[in-house]
Write a protein that binds this ligand. Structure first.
Ligand code: DON
Length: 560
């Protein structure tokens, strides 16, 4: 069967029309017999299930999971960061993306990181930090979609911050990597180091100041954070140490509700992150290319080769065209159209890799395992896929004294200058240049995939590799793989530049590697794995609900 692709991209204000053949309408799903949550840490998954048991819905559970992750995965996400919450509201069959992405402060400017002697302005210290969106997102999700008060959903996080949790190997490793930087921020050092040294596994990590900040949020909602004395303290602290925030930046922070991107591939419908995430567009661009081949009739090596070639082209488009849709016009309709995809396919050969330099140039690192994703399904059929971040390990590795949380270094997701790769080796152009109030282009891709027989909620951290990881998960799910198989599957990545295929250790057999090399691909097998994928699946016919957490991480998926 040749996969058919229809796409309907929805932007906040307008509806992009469909291009292709329509799949069979998915039959309305029954109610799930069980609820399920998969997240990066067992305490977060359990906090979410507790909230469901207390009568909360998936959205309350998402707030609880997210807040506990802010406490127990402080290298990955937190009060000082932001992210995207993809919601499906079963009662009115509505999908929405709550955009809690950080914004550039109003004093930010296009060339603000150029010519700095330390060269680290966009990744370390308060100058690297955008205005956080996470606290606003919690309050938004709780008040607009939840059933329980925000304070109730924050309770577990407050308790764990105060009482502490046991340091686990993955977090200890992250502390080791950033030990020197953490030591430079006294409040961060007090939480994560013991006399300047990395604590042993099992040590209790207590965060009393973070507990106080969370209590403030529980008591006063988002205003407690973005306005008044706390905001004044944050802005003053950031400015004293070289950052740009003002109280107006904080008071002016706004959540944006965006229509997710809706893609159709074969008989599956994808609801996925729209700009300022690049994830949905890159996946749609790649799937539109792949839709021209009968993948089921091809051997695994050729299929892998074609997926790499599709990713190469889709990531190239990312670099050129994508940015914050409130600032730049993104030609989504064109990028996802079958005609454009047919054009892209003309340069693809089955037997040869296309060097990235042959593609029209866009005037262009290694991942650090921060950022986190969780997936929630409740028994009313509500869904949440949320990918949240402070960007690199421990974000800006900086805490404003007295506040207890790390600031993000999401400013590095902007294109610092045309062609300069960011921490993930991603290049960008004008569309993603820094501007006051703008959101940096993201790769975070929370996604729902539905076909007549069932659904999957998927997402992962991993910087630039998020998108290829989610695409791989989608193709594996469509091939009938289980949630556990999907999260465990070996990963293969290409992002246009650098022009090499990144492989997890042992991802491919010697024969599979030789096959790709014969076609002209340059392979780069890393020393580490990447991603921390969290998947919930539900098969309508059997009623089977599964939740699986990536074996590379420390999380757990539970069904309730
Ligand atoms: O929004 C983005 O694309 C990045 N800030 C995500 C960073 C990330 O996934 C780091 N994790 N490994």
């Amino acid at each position: 069967m040749t996969a058919r692709l229809r796409l309907r991209g929805l932007a906040a204000a307008c509806v992009w029309v469909c291009f292709f053949v329509l799949p069979a309408q998915a039959t309305p799903a029954p109610l799930p017999p069980k609820a399920a949550i998969a997240s990066g840490h067992p305490l977060a998954t359990r906090a979410g299930l507790d909230i469901l048991a207390q009568g909360g819905n998936a959205f309350d559970a998402a707030v609880a999971v997210s807040a506990v992750l802010a406490v127990v995965e402080p290298a990955s996400s937190g009060v000082g960061g932001g992210g995207f919450y993809l919601l499906h509201v079963a009662a009115n069959d509505r999908d929405v993306m709550v955009d809690g992405r950080e914004t550039a402060p109003m004093a930010a400017s296009r060339d603000m990181y150029l010519g700095r002697s330390d060269g680290a302005g966009s990744t370390d210290g308060p100058l690297a930090a955008g205005i956080p969106g996470e606290p606003a997102a919690w309050a938004w999700v709780a008040t607009h979609y939840g059933r329980l008060p925000l304070a109730q959903s924050l309770q577990s996080a407050i308790r764990i911050a105060r009482e502490g949790f046991e340091l686990y190997p993955r977090l200890q490793n992250a502390i080791r990597v950033k030990q020197r930087r953490l030591a430079a921020s006294p409040d961060a050092a007090a939480v994560f180091l013991i006399k300047g040294e990395v604590p042993p596994v099992g040590a209790r990590i207590r965060q009393p100041l973070l507990a106080r900040t969370l209590e403030l949020l529980a008591r006063e909602g988002a205003d407690g954070f973005y306005k008044g004395a706390f905001a004044a303290r944050l802005a003053a602290g950031v400015r004293k140490d070289g950052g740009l925030w003002t109280t107006d930046d904080l008071a002016g922070y706004r959540i944006v509700e965006r229509a997710p991107l809706r893609l159709h591939y074969g008989d599956a419908t994808l609801v996925t992150a729209s700009p300022p995430s690049s994830g949905g567009v890159v996946i749609g661009d790649a799937l539109a290319i792949l839709a021209g081949y009968d993948l089921t009739a091809l051997d695994a090596n050729t299929r892998r080769h074609l997926t790499i070639e599709a990713l190469r082209r889709a990531y190239r488009d990312r670099a050129e065209y994508l940015g914050d849709p409130d600032f730049v016009r993104i030609p989504i309709e064109q990028l996802l159209s079958p005609l454009y995809a047919a054009g892209q396919r003309t340069s693809i050969r089955l037997d040869r890799a296309t060097p990235s330099t042959v593609l029209r140039p866009v005037f262009t690192g290694d991942e650090s395992p921060s950022t986190t994703h969780f997936s929630v399904l409740d028994r009313d059929g509500n869904r949440v896929g949320a990918t949240i971040s402070i960007n690199l390990f421990f974000g800006a590795t900086y805490m404003v004294p007295g506040t207890g949380f790390l600031l993000n270094d999401t400013m590095d997701d902007f294109s610092i200058s045309a062609g300069t790769p960011n921490a993930f080796g991603l290049v960008g152009a004008d569309a993603n240049a820094i501007a006051p109030g703008k959101r940096a282009l993201s790769s975070m891709t929370p996604t729902f995939v539905e076909r007549p027989g069932g659904l999957m909620i998927i997402g992962s951290p991993g910087g630039s590799t998020i998108i290829s990881n989610v695409l791989g998960g989608i193709l594996n799910w469509l091939d009938g793989k289980s949630a556990a198989e999907i999260v465990a599957a070996p990963r293969v990545h290409h992002q246009y530049l650098p022009d090499s295929v990144m492989l997890e250790p042992g991802a491919l057999s010697a024969e599979e590697r030789a096959d790709l090399e014969k076609r002209g691909h340059k392979l780069r097998e890393g020393r580490t794995t990447w991603g921390n994928t969290q998947v919930v699946t539900w098969d309508y016919a059997s009623g089977k609900v599964e939740a699986a957490s990536d074996p590379r991480g420390a999380g757990v998926g539970l069904v309730y």
